[in-house]
Design a protein around this ligand. Structure first.
Ligand code: ADP
Length: 320
C-alpha cells in the first residue's frame, strides 16, 4: 500500500550536546507504507534523530511529527503509534523470549490471553519457537535482534524505527533479519531504518537520505543516487606507477579516482558504447600498457565516497 500521505515529517531538526552541534537542520518525509533509510557513517547523527522521533530525547529546534502528532507536544500519543527497536530497546535478559513478549503485551494493555497468543505468533514469525522458553541472555546476537524486533511489534504499531538492526551481525543473521524486515514492509508498516551499511539501504529502502555531520547531504532512490555519480565505472590497471601517471595525465579530468597502491584508476563512463573504447584507444595511442580492465555499475559505495570524500582512493578535484 503506497499513498501520498506523509507519516513521518521532520523539519529543520536541530540538536546540540554542549558545544557539539550534532544535528544541524535535518529534513525528512516518510510516506505511508514505505521505508526510508537514514544512511550515514558513525557519529553522523542517526541515533540522535531516531531518539528525538521516538520521544526519548528533546530537540533544540525544528519540528518532528509522527502521524501528524508533534513529538514534543504529545509524546504519549506518539509512543502509542510507534515501535522502536535497536540500541535503546528493552529486552530483559533474565526473562525468556516468551516472557519478554507477554510482559510487553500486558504493558500495552492486552489481556493475558491475547498477549500469550500474540507472543506465540511472533515467536513463530521470527523463528524463535525453539528458544522461546530459554532466558534471553542465552540467545545469539541474531536471535537477540529478532527478539528485540518482535518485542517492538507486540502492539502492531503502524510506524517502526529500526535503529541499526543488523550492526555487528554475521552475514547469515543479517540476511535472516532482512527477510523479516521485508515481511514487515509487505504488511504495510511505515519504517525508518538507520544503517551504516550501504548495501542494506540499497536492498531494502524505497528512499535513502544520506547524512553526514548532522546534515542531509543527498537523497533519492538508490537508483537516483547511483545515477548522480555517472553511469558505469571503468577500472583500468597498470603494471607500474610510471604507466599509471602517464595514464592519469592522458585521461585528465575524466579520472574519477585513482588507487596509487594498486596502480589503477577509475573512469566515469557516460556512454558505454563509445567511452570505454575511446579511453582504451587513447591509452594505446600513447603506448601506455594496460594490464587489467573491469567495467562495473556504480554502487552506493561510489555515491557515498564521492559525497563524503571518505575514501582511501583519492577523488579527483572538481568531480564531487
Ligand atoms: P550515529 O547514530 O549516526 O552514529 P549519533 O546520533 O549516535 O550518531 O551521534 C552523533 C554525535 O553526537 C556523535 O558525535 C556523538 O559522539 C554525539 N553524542 C551522541 N550522544 C551523546 C550524548 N549523550 N552526549 C554527548 N554527545 C553525544
Amino acid at each position: 500500500m503506497k499513498t501520498d500521505d506523509v507519516v513521518i515529517e521532520v523539519k529543520k531538526l536541530k540538536k546540540a550536546y554542549g558545544k557539539n552541534q550534532v544535528l544541524k537542520g535535518i529534513d525528512l518525509k516518510v510516506q505511508r507504507g514505505t521505508m526510508l533509510a537514514l544512511l550515514g557513517p558513525n557519529g553522523a547523527g542517526k541515533t540522535t534523530t531516531v531518539k528525538i522521533l521516538s520521544t526519548l530525547l528533546k530537540a533544540d529546534d525544528g519540528v518532528a511529527k509522527i502521524e501528524g502528532i508533534d513529538v514534543s507536544e504529545d509524546p504519549d500519543a506518539v509512543r502509542r503509534v510507534i515501535g522502536l527497536t535497536g540500541q535503546s530497546a528493552a529486552v530483559d535478559e533474565l526473562l525468556t523470549g516468551r516472557e519478554n513478549l507477554v510482559m510487553m503485551g500486558e504493558l500495552y494493555r492486552l489481556t493475558r490471553k491475547s498477549a500469550k497468543a500474540r507472543a506465540q505468533e511472533l515467536l513463530e514469525d521470527f523463528d524463535l519457537v525453539k528458544a522461546a522458553d530459554r532466558p534471553a541472555k542465552t540467545y545469539s546476537g541474531g536471535m537477540r535482534r529478532r527478539l528485540d524486533l518482535a518485542v517492538s511489534l507486540i502492539a502492531i504499531p503502524p510506524v517502526i524505527f529500526l535503529d541499526e538492526p543488523t550492526t555487528g551481525l554475521d552475514p547469515r543473521s543479517r540476511l535472516a533479519m532482512w527477510e523479516i524486515i521485508r515481511r514487515l514492509m509487505d504488511s504495510g508498516t511505515t519504517i525508518l531504518l538507520t544503517t551504516q551499511y550501504l548495501e542494506e539501504a540499497d536492498q531494502l529502502a524505497d528512499k535513502i537520505v544520506v547524512i553526514d555531520g548532522g546534515k542531509v547531504i543527498a537523497e533519492g532512490t538508490a537508483e537516483e543516487l547511483k545515477g548522480k555519480v555517472g553511469n558505469d565505472r571503468l577500472e583500468i590497471g597498470f603494471a607500474n606507477a610510471s604507466d599509471l601517471n602517464k595514464a592519469k595525465s592522458a585521461i585528465g579530468k575524466n579520472v574519477f579516482a585513482s588507487n596509487d597502491k594498486e596502480n589503477s584508476i577509475t573512469v566515469m563512463v557516460k556512454d558505454t558504447n563509445t567511452d570505454i573504447k575511446d579511453t582504451l584507444n587513447l591509452l594505446s595511442d600513447k603506448k601506455i600498457k594496460v594490464t587489467a580492465v573491469d567495467v562495473h555499475k556504480p554502487t552506493l559505495d561510489d555515491v557515498f565516497l564521492s559525497l563524503t570524500g571518505k575514501t582511501d582512493k583519492k577523488s579527483t578535484e572538481g568531480e564531487k
